[in-house]
Design a protein around this ligand. Structure first.
Ligand code: FNR
Length: 182
């Protein structure tokens, strides 16, 4: 089975990308984990170019989502919402239903005590519209993220690591359940 992980931040030293790396490091050995790297290259969504001649970057996103049994999304909050680049990627999946019935873990992180809760709520609403399955224990907000990193920018806080382990275990369970029932 395979997990595709997406960070909603384009920053090189992103704390959400650090969370993505820390989460996939907790996956069982027999699960292949890939990180999606195409977010910045996607064109702005328009229904007028959403046809059989969709841009190659969009086709690639859709193929990577379809080939994954589970998805992890870690997002920052920008102006109380999900970053435009992440929302743009999700909009490209509406017509093809790539996330329909797909187990998804939804994580947000912020340097603030809110943990990016508004972006998290907005992400969950979008995932609902896309028909994704987000198990309760695969939802996580991480507040004060900068205190949870070591000097190398890795997640070092034991409580956060435990919370990420719960997210990963829940996602894998949902993936296994989907594999049996589909
Ligand atoms: C932010 N940040 C922010 N944080 C938050 O909790 N709520 C918010 O609404 C916003 N809005 C916002 C807007 C803009 C334009 C920027 C640049 C930043 C702070 C943000 O959480 C912080 O920069 C994170 O470190 C971004 O995540 P990455 O890049 O570290 O993953």
């Amino acid at each position: 089975m395979r997990i595709l992980a997406i960070s909603g931040s384009l920053r090189a030293s992103s704390t959400n990308s650090a969370l993505v790396r820390a989460t996939i490091a907790l996956a069982p050995e027999d699960i292949e984990c890939l990180i999606y790297t195409g977010l910045a290259e996607l064109p702005h969504f328009s229904p007028e170019i959403d046809d059989e001649k969709s841009p190659a970057t969009v086709v690639s996103l859709r193929e990577q989502l379809k080939a994954a049994d589970g998805i992890i999304i870690c997002t920052p909050e920008y102006a109380f919402g999900v970053p435009g680049s992440l929302k743009n990627a999700l909009d490209w999946t509406v017509s093809t239903g790539d996330l329909w019935d797909k187990p998804v873990a939804a994580i947000s992180a912020s340097p603030l005590a809110t943990g990016g809760d508004k972006a998290h709520a907005s992400l969950l609403l979008t995932l609902k519209a896309l028909g994704a399955k987000v198990p309760e224990n695969a939802k996580l907000t991480v507040p004060i993220i900068k205190k949870k990193l070591n000097a190398e920018g890795e997640i070092s806080d034991p409580e956060t690591k435990q919370a990420l382990q719960t997210v990963m275990d829940t996602l894998v369970q949902a993936m296994e359940h989907s594999a049996i029932t589909s």
